[in-house]
Ligand binder design. Structure first.
Ligand code: GLA
Length: 389
């Protein structure tokens, strides 16, 4: 068992006093390489699961309660197990655990009285899916021996986010947290919910740079974009009645409808259709080892998110432009929902240290604050990582 997991087992014993049936579960955060704001449009995404992960230590209790403790927040909560399905959100970290418990119950799986100890090293609020990592690891820790198919695990975690945390996100974050693989990005088709691993060329490294800002607008803008994409589908249906999502129309067909769709709605749709096409082109470039082309596609994705989808912000635009000026950088783009959080940058192997130093200096000079830079190595998806004795 990794040192971190062993330490958490000891901590669980200290906090809850029990020693029987202790098990440790892990679920990773993610960085999305390309395919942004496409998941809730039944589109294509290409994220990687990160080495940064959330760990949940789980043991049964005979107190008939669900008890949870976050080591990150130094806070605890408890409910009688029978009352869990009736709980309402409290708008804090505990919602991601409680929401999962509520969905497990709703899906007809057993809810057992357990004591959970949670610790995450996924940077919080950075757009690297700390919440999905918590949801998926909590689901495993609550279900324990009751195993369910991995796709259902991802779905329960996503439903917790949609229904309990109240965020109308797509399935990308929870899906890759479950299905991530070492050495590969995961191409997810959000229409069929199938995936395949895409091996990354050897000559590259990936970094995420945290702008350390999270603009208020983020949550409401996300809802607006979901609605605008729905509006676009309605307009498209006047010409193509069978189209049910932006996945089902090519950019070329959409362009011909430009005069019949209001400008902002048209640009949102154009981002989504072109982004799906960029994901396919990126995967093809990846498979033939064309790292220059991969970099260029990241930059076009960013420009489309910046100008058509309008979910970037000055800090992210600055970081992308600063990254592109650094030797050895192949491409960069904002990643995740936008309005703050991280950019993801692709560079030639061996350039990481120089990149981290140069981008930090540039950001510090511009904004007077230190960005965090994370090395992004594809890691494996969620699972059990140890048992206590
Ligand atoms: C957030 C959501 C994801 C996805 C991205 C944008 O991370 O949780 O489902 O929509 O934004 O690609």
């Amino acid at each position: 068992m990794a040192v971190q997991a062993a330490r958490l087992v000891e901590r669980h014993k200290e906090v809850y006093g029990s020693t029987d049936g202790i098990r440790v579960f892990r679920a990773p955060g993610r960085v999305n390489l390309i395919g942004e704001h496409t998941d809730y449009n039944s589109g294509l995404v290409l994220p990687i699961a990160l080495e940064y992960a959330c760990f949940v230590v789980s043991a049964p209790n005979d107190a008939g309660r669900l008890r949870i403790r976050s080591e990150n927040n130094q806070e605890s909560r408890a409910w009688p197990i029978a009352d869990v399905p009736r709980q309402k959100p409290s708008r804090d970290w505990s919602d991601y655990v409680l929401g999962v418990a509520v969905e497990i119950h709703r899906m007809g799986h057993p809810l057992q009285p357990v004591d959970l100890l949670i610790q995450s090293d996924v940077p919080l609020g950075a757009g690297l899916s700390s919440s999905a990592a918590l949801e998926v690891s909590a689901a495993l820790a609550l279900l324990r021996d009751h195993s369910i198919p991995p796709l259902e695990l991802a779905r329960i975690a996503r439903r917790a986010e949609n229904n309990f945390a109240g965020m109308p996100c797509g399935v990308m974050d929870q899906y890759v947290s479950v299905f991530g693989q070492e050495n590969a990005a995961i191409l997810i088709d959000c229409m069929t919910l199938e995936h395949r691993p895409v091996r990354l060329p050897d000559g590259i490294e990936i970094a995420a740079v945290n702008s350390m800002v999270k603009h208020e607008l983020g949550q409401s803008a996300y809802r607006d974009r979901v609605r605008e994409c729905g509006d676009a589908v309605e307009k498209i249906q006047r010409r193509y009645p069978n189209v049910r999502s932006l996945r089902e129309i090519a950019s070329r067909e959409l362009d011909a409808l430009e005069p019949t769709i209001p400008d902002a709605v048209f640009r949102r749709a154009r981002h989504v259709t072109s982004e799906n096409e960029r994901v396919e082109a990126f995967v093809a470039a990846c498979e033939r080892g064309d790292i220059e082309e991969m970099g260029k596609l990241l930059v076009s994705s960013h420009r489309s998110l910046q100008h058509d989808y309008e979910v970037s912000c000055p800090e992210l635009d600055f970081l992308v432009d600063a990254a592109l000026a650094i030797p050895g950088v192949l491409g960069a783009r904002m990643t995740g929902g936008g309005f703050g959080g991280c950019i993801v940058s692709l560079m030639e192997r061996g350039r990481y240290d120089e990149f981290a130093e140069s981008i930090s200096r540039a950001y510090r000079q511009q904004y007077g604050r230190e960005p965090e830079v994370y090395r992004c190595k594809p890691s494996k998806g969620a699972g059990e990582v140890g048992k206590g004795s």
